[in-house]
Design a protein around this ligand. Structure first.
Ligand code: FES
Length: 613
């Protein structure tokens, strides 16, 4: 394109006041020599006449990077350069040469009878553009591009499931090692969305997507295999046969064989519960894989498919296979073999699982609480195994038993003493999230094989016992401290937010949450606030897991056992308080994106101090 001389110094003297339907009048072409700014679009439209032809170009007047007024930019040889960070745009198409800046929106122009008009209907499909740019942001690992396009999609009423699907496809494709923390965070945040304030819903998606991008950055992609071929007349392979193959291949760490078996099952219409069973069974054929993460990933992949649709199973589920095949098996760990050989303790008991599985649920009134919890938190692994068997044999619901293990693991967090090594927060967290995964998967696809996972989690709980020695006191064991706290719901929530502006407010955060719930304030605003407290931080992987699993367990326990439900959210608040504050760089980027969406000029308008963290 030939050079265009814009002439710096915009004309804003009423141009654009005259409109004709979608057309905004700019003025006579013969009188346009420099850039003009007209009202229209989201932030005003900058109109650039060519100095070498009759052409006129119109672009959004805010730089898509950080909002600098583009009418103050320069044009040379058809390239518009923003003067703040020097992003460059093809003036005609709006496409950027600097992917971190995003494309600028362009508008059609027409000249009729010598008069220039801008069509206020922008070029292109905004939703399609934002989806494509979100994908670009994931590819380039650009937080600002990700959050801007999440905001754009939500403003255009795109369902969050479509955004989750973009992140799911990207994460499942662009990491050879397969499913990892980012996709787990994305799914956890998807689960939490209904419990969050609207502004935090965008933040939640942004956090998940940024973590997916981070996992994939610099990684080789996965090249998917195909299902086994089908031939005319050959019946589909039975799911139980494919499951047998899958388990055998995972056992010998043959990822390719396992992937083809799984893909064949997924491509042949195997029901979701059976697909989850195939994966969960293989994930419990060995003991407590990869510190509990592997089974958690299986559960999270199932939950992601619940949100985006199981028709995506062939795209998403194979990403689990590398982790399943290569996972560290806890029977290989010294801690599981000495001084007590937990593997030798459990294996003979597993022969009884089909019988216990059949007996479970025959007496739903048989509550698996109280003494079972105390035994689970004790120091006798044989007693723990016996107590689980007794509860099942006496007819307790499977899900009641698995939930009780999950609750006991949450209590480990509620009673975690800050005199422990800081890194051990993660140890108790791993047990809790694994127990939660077993519980959720048992509700989805119960089987005697998956029941082994309850025992695995219970043994891990036993191994964590010294992290509660000494045990931190629960809030109800500190009545004097509780009584000194305010009573109003809003006051308590504001106090909680202020607490997490300071380091290591672990005990007080637990007290505030207990105070709030014991006064029977609505738990929903508290959970939303805990979500906000997480999402304003540059959180690490396990904090997302803690909140999501804790909120889910709280919801289940609250109707039946409100005391236990309170303790679960105390555990969540303690965990978040132990990991706050951070530098909050992600929140700063999100604030920038929000200001851009509002059309603010970030170059000259300072942020409002009132914008709360
Ligand atoms: S390059 Fe335009 S605002 Fe940064």
């Amino acid at each position: 394109m030939a050079a265009i001389d814009t002439g710096i110094g915009a004309r804003t003297d009423g141009a654009g006041a005259d409109t004709n339907g979608h057309l905004i009048r700019v003025g006579p072409r013969a009188e346009l020599h420099g850039v003009s700014v007209i009202s229209g679009g989201r932030h005003g439209i900058a109109v650039f006449p060519s100095s070498v032809s009759e052409a006129v170009y119109a672009v959004d007047n805010r730089c898509p990077h950080m909002g600098f007024p583009l009418h103050k930019g320069s044009v040379a040889d058809g390239i518009l350069t923003c003067h703040w960070h020097h992003a460059r745009f093809d003036l005609e198409s709006g496409g950027t040469f600097d992917p971190w800046a995003d494309d600028v929106q362009t508008y059609p122009t027409v000249i009729e009878d010598g008069i220039v008009y801008v069509d206020a209907r922008p070029h292109g499909n905004r939703v399609a553009h934002a989806k494509a740019r979100l994908w670009d942001g994931l590819e380039q690992d650009l937080n600002l591009v990700v959050v801007k396009n999440v905001l754009a999609l939500l403003e255009d009423a795109v369902p969050p499931a479509e955004i989750l699907a973009i992140g799911g496809h990207f994460g499942a494709t662009y990491r050879r090692g397969g499913w990892a923390a980012g996709l787990t965070i994305l799914t956890a945040m998807g689960n939490l969305l209904p419990k969050l304030e609207p502004e935090d819903q965008a933040l939640a998606l942004y956090h998940g997507l940024v973590n997916v991008a981070g996992d994939c950055a610099g990684q080789p992609p996965r090249f998917a295999l195909d299902p086994l071929p089908t031939h005319d007349g050959r019946p589909a392979l039975a799911a139980d046969r494919l499951q047998r193959w899958f388990r055998r291949f995972i056992d010998v760490r043959d990822a390719d064989g396992a992937e083809r078996s799984l893909l064949t099952a997924a491509a042949s219409g195997t029901p979701p519960s059976t697909l989850a069973d195939i994966l969960a069974t293989a994930a419990t054929d060995h003991f407590f894989l990869d510190g509990g993460h592997t089974l958690d990933f299986v559960n999270k992949a199932s939950e992601l498919l619940d949100m985006i649709g199981w028709q995506e199973a062939t795209a998403i589920l194979p990403s689990l296979v590398p982790g399943l095949a290569m996972a560290r098996r806890s029977e290989e760990l010294n801690s599981w073999r000495h001084p007590v050989d937990l593997v030798a303790l459990l294996e003979p008991k597993f022969a009884r699982l089909p019988e216990l599985f059949a007996a479970a649920g025959s007496d739903p009134e048989r509550h698996a609480s109280g003494t079972l919890t105390a035994t689970l938190l004790g120091d006798d692994p044989a007693a723990i195994v016996a107590a689980l068997a007794t509860a099942l044999a006496e007819g307790a619901l499977l899900s009641a038993v698995s939930r009780q293990v999950s609750y006991a693991a949450a209590l480990r967090v509620a009673r975690f003493h800050s005199s422990n090594e800081f890194s051990d927060w993660i140890t108790v967290l791993h047990t809790f999230t694994n127990a939660n995964a077993v519980h959720q998967l048992l509700r989805r696809s119960p089987s005697p094989e998956l029941l082994r996972g309850v025992y695995h989690a219970a043994m891990r709980l036993y191994l964590d016992r010294f992290l509660n020695t000494p045990a931190a006191r629960l809030p109800e064991e500190r009545p004097g401290k509780l009584a000194a706290l305010p009573t109003g719901a809003d006051t308590l929530l504001v106090g909680l937010r202020e607490l997490l502006d300071r380091e290591q407010q672990i005990e007080t955060a637990g007290l505030v949450v207990h105070r709030y719930l014991s006064l029977e304030h609505d738990p929903a605003p508290l959970i939303a606030e805990l979500g906000h407290l997480l999402l304003r931080e540059d959180a690490e992987f396990h904090s997302y897991q803690m909140l999501e699993a804790g909120a889910a367990l709280h919801s289940e326990l609250a109707p039946e056992d409100p005391v236990a439900a309170v303790r679960v959210l105390v555990a969540v608040a303690r965990y978040l308080a132990a990991h706050a504050p951070t530098s909050r760089a992600m929140l700063q980027t999100a604030k920038t994106a929000r200001r851009l969406r509002r059309g603010e000029d970030l170059a000259t308008e300072p942020a409002e101090d009132a914008e709360a963290d």
